[in-house]
Design a protein around this ligand. Structure first.
Ligand SMILES: Nc1nc2c(ncn2[C@@H]2O[C@H](COP(=O)(O)OP(=O)(O)OP(=O)(O)O)[C@@H](O)[C@H]2O)c(=O)[nH]1
Ligand SMILES: [Mg+2]
Length: 460
């Protein structure tokens, strides 16, 4: 994809399906030429003469036959999204029509854009860094207001600036160390020791904070995973429905109703939640149910919070959490359900689960559902404390590159403290710079870049 990025690409920028308007986007050296062949402005002005960023009314033509009425916009590089010449054709939104116009553009010399290729070009042409490119995609997929705010900060280049600031400080130290190698008689490193130490420790502290922010960033971007588990018939599906405010999962009085995991999204206090209902856990010979129960356990291992549902009217305690979950210390909230059927809401619980926080509700009567939501939010709010900061890491890739940078930086600091030679310091500092470059995409290998952009939607 990177090798031939000077050709002209075309893609449908709007969502597939019927719509009022669709947009076909062209980008590359011959974008205007391709547009010239398929568009006739009402006034007869050629595409090459059209002013930048103005919509021009006209018709899309195929072999001089009009196939649509359209508006065309020219954005000449470098002042465009990709920094190349870009043309947008705003046509009517029929899916056949939109595809026909795209095919026309391809017939006139454009190549079909791969997913994310427009953004990839913006990145390759230096208009945005990798974190901004990722933010562009995240913006499209944002699930909540909070997620949007976070991504907009990244889109504005706040993370990029922070990383660039780190790089500047490390480069300054590296320059001194190199000077020390070139002029050994002056002992440059020793005479700047305090300043060097303070710069390295400052960057290390800030990097640690950033790494710490990643869990929150990823959670806000992807959603906080809440999983409903428990024995059959305790009311898991009823709680799922009450939290969603719709009858999404099947509820019956027959134990073993839910066979497969069901995942849905909802928002609690601005945080996107991914809610999973699971098959009730019990010993069974039924092959299908067994498979469902395996899935229940697998959902538990991915949970950020487990809602362990217990039937207050006839409590049984044969279920146990898998080791993986207890080892990972996944928070558990005991939800004692069917409070409408019992007089006293106090339950005698086995010692193993006694200390988990609990809440009594009635899913059927929709009692205490708001309080359950608040409780869920309390679990999350410990994590979203870091949201006050405006710069966060938002995906695993950024987190891993930051961890690599921190590790190399810690090694540099250690080398300095151990009085190792400048050559050792140079290696560690260069590695730190390399890992920092990875975060913003400066040193990211091509195959990794291709993988990142291929996850984008087509036309972006
Ligand atoms: N009285 C009362 N009945 C409830 C309550 N919650 C659920 N039920 C009833 O309990 C039965 C089982 O509810 P479900 O939501 O299907 O239970 P489940 O845990 O999803 O069951 P499985 O899918 O079989 O594991 C149904 O008859 C519900 O109407 C409640 O709060 N009060
Ligand atoms: Mg169920």
């Amino acid at each position: 994809m990177i090798a031939n990025y000077h050709d002209t690409i075309a893609g449908i920028a709007t969502a597939p399906g019927e719509a009022g308007v669709s947009i076909i986007r062209l980008s590359g050296e011959s974008a205007l030429e391709v547009a010239e062949k398929l568009f006739r402005s009402k006034k007869g002005t050629s595409v090459a003469e059209l002013k930048n960023r103005l919509l021009t009314y006209g018709w899309v033509v195929k072999e001089e036959k009009t196939i649509d009425e359209a508006l065309l916009c020219v954005m000449r590089g470098p002042h465009s999204f990709t920094a190349e010449d870009v043309v947008e054709i705003h046509c009517h939104g029929g899916s056949f029509l939109t595809r026909s116009i795209l095919e026309l553009a391809l017939a006139h010399g454009a190549r079909l854009a791969t997913p994310g290729e427009f953004t990839q070009r913006a990145f390759l042409n230096g208009r945005i860094d990798l974190t901004q490119a990722e933010a562009t995609n995240d913006l499209i997929q944002a699930k909540s207001t909070l997620g949007l705010e976070m991504v907009v900060n990244q889109l504005k280049g706040k993370l990029y600036q922070k990383i660039m600031d780190f790089k500047e400080q490390i480069s300054w130290v590296l320059a001194l160390v190199n000077a020390g190698i070139d002029f050994p008689e002056e002992d440059v490193v020793f005479s700047h020791l305090e300043e060097i130490k303070s710069k390295l420790s400052h960057v290390a502290v800030e990097l640690k904070q950033l790494i710490h922010s990643a869990d929150t960033g990823i959670m806000v971007r992807e959603g906080y995973k809440v999983v409903l588990v428990g024995e059959p018939n305790v009311g898991k599906s009823s709680i799922m429905n009450a939290l969603l405010g719709e009858a999404r999962a099947i509820v019956t009085k027959i134990p073993g109703t839910t066979r497969d995991t069901i995942e849905e999204s909802c928002i609690i206090e601005g945080i996107p939640i991914s809610l999973t209902d699971t098959a009730g856990i019990r010993e069974t010979d039924d092959f299908v149910e067994k498979e469902g129960i395996n899935r229940s356990f697998s959902a538990m291992t991915k949970a950020d919070l487990i809602l362990w549902v217990i039937d207050m009217e006839s409590p049984t305690f044969t279920m146990a959490l898998p080791e993986e979950v207890t080892e990972r210390k996944v928070p558990v909230l005991l939800v004692t359900n069917k409070s409408d059927l019992v007089e006293a809401v106090e339950l005698t619980l086995p010692t193993a689960i006694q200390n988990y926080p609990k809440i009594a509700i009635s899913a059927k009567k929709e009692q205490e559902i708001d309080r359950l939501k608040q409780k869920i939010f309390q679990f999350i709010s410990g994590k979203v404390g870091a949201l006050a900061e405006d710069t966060m890491l938002t995906n695993l890739r950024q987190k891993q590159a930051s961890e690599a940078a921190l590790l190399a930086l810690q090694e540099a600091t250690q080398a300095l403290e151990d009085g190792m030679g400048e050559e050792f310091l140079t290696v560690d500092l260069t590695q730190t710079l390399h890992a920092l470059g990875d975060i913003v995409g400066e040193t990211t290998p091509d195959d990794m870049l291709n993988r990142i952009f291929s996850q984008f939607c087509i036309g972006k």
